[in-house]
Every structure is written in C-alpha cells, then in structure tokens.
Design a protein around this ligand. Structure first.
Ligand code: ASP
Length: 595
C-alpha cells in the first residue's frame, strides 16, 4: 500500500491481523467514549474502523485523546492487542482487537461538522449533504458505493481489453450529436458567434473510428444531456461506449453479455448468459413497456371481444371506436383492499393517463366485488384466470394508452403487494424495435434510437412507403425493468443514410449541413459496424441497491442541475462575457403577488 510510515504502517482493517505487533494507523476520529479513566476512540480510514484505547498510564496520549473532536485527523501508535472476550464485537472486521496507544499526534483539527459522519441514520437534507459532499463521502455507504463503482469499471475494462478493444478518447468540444435531448453549449471565443456542443454521446465519433479502421473501440465516457432531471438522470452521466466493425447484432449481444456477467460478478451478482430475448412488439403487448420487468408475471390480458358484448356502455363504446379492453391480475392483492384503497387505485390510473379503471375482486363461490355491476363483468375472472382475493384491474382505451397505463400499474402494484422477489435479477434483450415512431405533436417521424441505426435489409423498400413498418437492427438491454443500455447495427451506406435522414424530415440540404461529414465518411469506405452503450451509473446503482444514481456518483448535481458544493452553475464576469460577445437577457421576473 502506498503511504508513509511517518503516518501509518497499517490500514485500520489491515491492523486486525497484526496482534502483538507495534502498529501505527492514521485516519479520522470516528467516535469517542470515556469509561472509568480509560478513553476509547474509533479511528476510521477508507478500509474501516479500528478501536484505539488510551489507558491512564500513557499520560501524554490520554491528555491528547481527551481533547479530540469528531473528524480530527490523527496518527496513533501502540501495541495491537486482543480485546477482552467480553468486549469482542463480531460485527466488525477489527472487532477482536484494539490498539493500545502510547503515542498520538493530531495531524489536523476539524471544525464542528455540518452533520454527523458516524450516524448515517441522521439524514441531513440533500442540499446540505451535497454542499459538504466530501464529508458525506466519508460515510461507509458512500465509500462502499464508490469502491463498487471502481471494481465494476475494472471488470468491464478487463473483458474489453481481453477482447481486443482499444480505449480511445473522443472530443468533448464538438458539434451537436443527435440523441434527442437538448445540448449543453460552449461559446467559442476564437470564433465569435459559433458554439461547441458537449457530446450527448460519442456516437458519430465512434462510427468515424470504425471508418478509420480501429475495428474495436470502447470508452468509459461522460455524456451530457440538458434534460429535466429525475432520480436516475443527471445532466452529465457516464456511458460504457462500445463499437466494433464486421459484426452483426448477435456479436454485439454476445460481447455485451460477457461484459455484464463480469460487471455484475464484480458486484457480487451471478448472471447466466445467454440472456432472454423478446421482441419489442411482444414486450409492448405483454407488458405495456419497452423495458419490461420480468421479475414478476402480471402479464397484460385482453378482454376486448367479451367486453364488446358485456352490456357496459364504456367498454362497448371503446371497442366500437377501435380501442381495447385489457387488464392485469394481481395475485392476492384484492382481499385486503378497502373500498377506499380501490377507489384510490382508480385515481392513480387516471393520474397515469387512463380515462378510468374498472376493478374487481373475486370472492368465495363466484361472488365478485367490483366497481361496476358484477353482471357487466361476467366471465372476466375465468378469462383472466383470477382466483379468490386477487385484484383485477381493467382499462378501456385506445391500445397505446391502455397498454401504457397497465404497464405502469403493473410495476407499481407488484412492488406494493410484495410480488417482486428479493434478490432476483432478470436481464432481457429487447430486439426488433421499429426504426421510427410517429410524433403527433410535430407531425413527423422520429428515430426511436438515433438516425444512424440500420433498418433491417428486408425492410429497405418500406422506408418511404411505410416508415412505421420498418424494423431496426437495434437492441436494448433491460435489467429488472430499467434500461441499462442500447445500441444498433449502423447504416454504412451513404445512400441509405440519406434516406434515413429524409424519413425523419431532414431534406438533403439540412442533412448535408448537419451530417455532411458523416455522409462523406460513409462514401469513403465504411465497414459494416455496430455497437452499444451501457449506462454505468444505473448499473452501479442497481448493484449498490441504491435508490438514485446520485448515490453512486462522487459529485452529483441536484434535481435542478445545481452543484451546491461549488455553486455551479454561476454567473460569470462581465469581462468574460464581453470577450465571448455574449449578452445575457435577465430571466423574466416572477409575477407580482396579486391583491
Ligand atoms: N449512442 C447511443 C446512446 O447514447 C448508443 C449506441 O447506439 O451505441 O444511447
């Protein structure tokens, strides 16, 4: 271990094996207790905690120990001895020993802490924790999350290095890259009025590396997307970015399975390859989501045909209008739900976007408790295979809306009713995505992945005549209902690339202006190529059992994209703005209070 013996001969946990030896350790004062003339200090370094004991016979040391405050930085030396049997702590790796200190030196005094390091239960608010993130990082859970991240990264690099992938850096100051989000822009001082964009991903550069003959590329790389934030989003996040030449979909899938098996093993989770695969169409139909969580069943079932003759006006009307009546069965969930709970479920479905929700709970002897007269639901329980006490939730709407509501409810209800098995890991490849989806607001087709994704060879003829029917050679990897990554085989023919850009409404001039450099490269000998990118933060979040990717990022941003530690984003000097030729319009002032 690197370190000077001036400060330490062992780490705190490393000292556990040195009983009988003289030992020096260094770290932070974690906790102090005084007991009948004897002072105990827990000292903490990255490895963990070691108990120091100061007996009255070491007068100098005990005096120094008495004046210590939490988080003072110290070095302590003495003999490492076994603890009395009665005071052994089995829960700690150092619980059977203690350091009898005869020499103590305070290296740095710490001012009173903004919140306790030792007591992780005493949650300070996030703003405060992020302002003093370096104090929070001292907490065991944070340190372990970053250690895990490092271990996972090492495992990923191990596989990719072994497979002949080269780690190549790509520019951070570049042009807009089309991943569908807003860009972060950087003004170019030397070319006033021109802007760099921070990359949303290295997509185009990694393709250019393939044209450049690199054949196998990877990079663990920051990407920047100016989006509204959620628990698992940050304005800057990290991708494991991969691209290879002379490959087909199955080659990338097999490689990524190797990467994930190693990464998850590093996090203590065994995954069996090959992973399950499902087409996008099946995922949408059975689970109402393009990233289905397969840790539980609750498949969406169709009751449209029976509903059309049920006598219930809403059902009949929806089916007559080309819609569907579909539902899910939540085993055992209905029995314990009160009328209020069930009505709450209706409100929840509406909040997700349903017009309404019909619920039913089969009772003993064919009785049915339900939100509409049971006669309208004759045969529903049998058709759905529901048993006494199950909850049946039914939604009637146009297909995409109904599927979406049921897809969201499925996950929430499984979680709420304890149907998600503890410790289950269900990786899934979703394949055969459509190339484009209709954007009704903008009245145009949008890429589902990005515009460089290859259509299936058989579908090339449909690109102009029936865009919605074109299948992409694209694949997403999903884990427990979270998208871990996605990729595709790319277009390597400039003419097909032009047509793909035209499909999403880009005429030849615009295509040339924005992506002329790519089109040129494709004209100059582009090998068949494809790849994928994995979200590293999410992967580590899952492995750490963390609730948010912020927990596995050393210096994350808040939900409004701020960094309370440095105060970024911040105003800059007028001189800087002048040099850049930028003038800032002040934000609109908030409306004056009424009255
Ligand atoms: N560039 C894509 C993304 O960031 C991944 C890929 O297609 O390789 O999602």
């Amino acid at each position: 271990m690197i370190g000077s013996t001036r400060y330490r001969t062992h780490t705190c946990v490393g000292a556990a094996d040195a009983a009988g030896e003289r030992v020096r350790v260094a770290g932070w004062v974690h906790r102090r207790r005084d007991h009948g003339g004897v002072t105990f200090i827990d000292v903490r370094d990255r490895s963990g905690v070691l108990q120091l004991v100061f007996h009255p016979d070491a007068a100098d040391a005990i005096e120094a120990a008495k004046s210590l405050h939490p988080e003072d930085v110290i070095t302590a030396e003495g003999e490492l001895v076994p603890r009395d049997a009665a005071t052994v702590n089995d829960k700690l790796p150092t619980g059977a020993v203690e350091l009898r200190v005869d020499r103590l030196e305070v290296l740095t005094h710490a001012a009173p802490m903004p919140f306790s390091v030792e007591d992780e239960g005493a949650e300070a608010n996030e703003e405060l924790r992020l302002t003093y993130r370096y104090v929070e990082l001292r907490r065991e859970s944070r340190l372990r999350a970053l250690e895990l991240r490092g271990t996972v990264v090492r495992a990923i690099r191990g596989v990719l290095d072994d497979e002949g992938f080269l780690d190549v850096e790509t520019p951070m100051l570049t042009r807009s890259t089309p991943e569908g989000a807003r860009d972060f822009l950087v003004p170019a001082r030397l070319q006033r009025g021109a802007w760099y964009a921070l990359p949303q991903s290295p997509q185009l550069f990694k393709q250019l590396l393939m044209v450049g003959g690199l054949e196998r590329y990877y990079q663990i790389v920051k990407c920047f997307r100016d989006e509204d934030l959620r628990a698992d989003r940050q304005p800057e996040f990290t991708q494991v970015d991969i691209e290879a030449s002379f490959v087909e979909q199955d080659d990338i899938i097999a490689l990524v399975e190797k990467v994930l098996v190693a990464a998850f093993a590093a996090g203590g989770v065994t995954l069996e390859a090959p992973f399950a695969r499902m087409t996008w169409a099946d995922a949408m139909r059975r689970y109402g989501s393009d990233r289905p969580d397969l840790r539980f069943g609750l498949e969406i079932q169709d009751w449209s045909q029976a509903a059309a003759a049920s006598g219930l006006g809403v059902f009949e009307g929806v089916v007559a209008a080309g819609g569907v009546v579909r539902g899910i069965v939540v085993p055992g969930a209905g029995g314990g739900m009160s009328r209020k709970d069930l009505d709450g479920l209706v409100a929840e479905a509406q909040e997700i976007g349903a017009k309404g929700l019909v619920w039913a709970v089969p009772g003993e002897g064919g009785a049915l408790r339900s939100s509409v007269k049971a006669d309208f639901l004759a045969g529903l329980s049998d058709a759905f295979g529901a048993a006494t006490g199950d909850l049946i939730a039914v939604v009637a709407d146009q297909e995409p809306a109904a599927q979406n509501v049921l897809g969201v409810l499925r996950g929430r209800l499984a979680e709420r009713h304890g149907l998600v098995p503890e410790g289950a890991w269900e990786p899934l490849w979703v394949v055969d995505f459509p190339l484009v989806e209709w954007n009704p607001g903008e009245k145009r087709w949008d890429s589902l992945h990005h515009p460089f994704t290859s259509p299936r060879a058989d579908d090339l003829g449909l690109m102009e005549s029936d865009p919605g029917a074109v299948t992409a050679v694209a694949y997403d990897i999903v884990m427990n209902g979270l998208e871990l990554g996605g990729g595709s085989i790319r277009i390597n023919d400039p003419e097909v690339q032009q047509r793909a850009l035209a499909m999403i409404g880009m005429d030849a001039d615009e295509a040339e202006a924005r992506f002329g450099f790519l089109l040129r490269a494709l004209e100059l000998g582009a090998p068949p190529h494809g790849g994928l990118a994995l979200g590293l933060d999410r992967m580590v979040m899952l492995l750490a059992g963390a609730a948010s990717i912020r927990d596995v990022i050393a210096f994350p941003k808040t939900a409004t994209g701020g960094d309370p530690l440095t105060g970024a984003p911040a105003e800059v000097d007028a001189v800087q703005l002048r040099d850049l030729g930028i003038s800032v319009t002040p934000p609109p002032s908030p409306p004056a209070p009424k009255g």
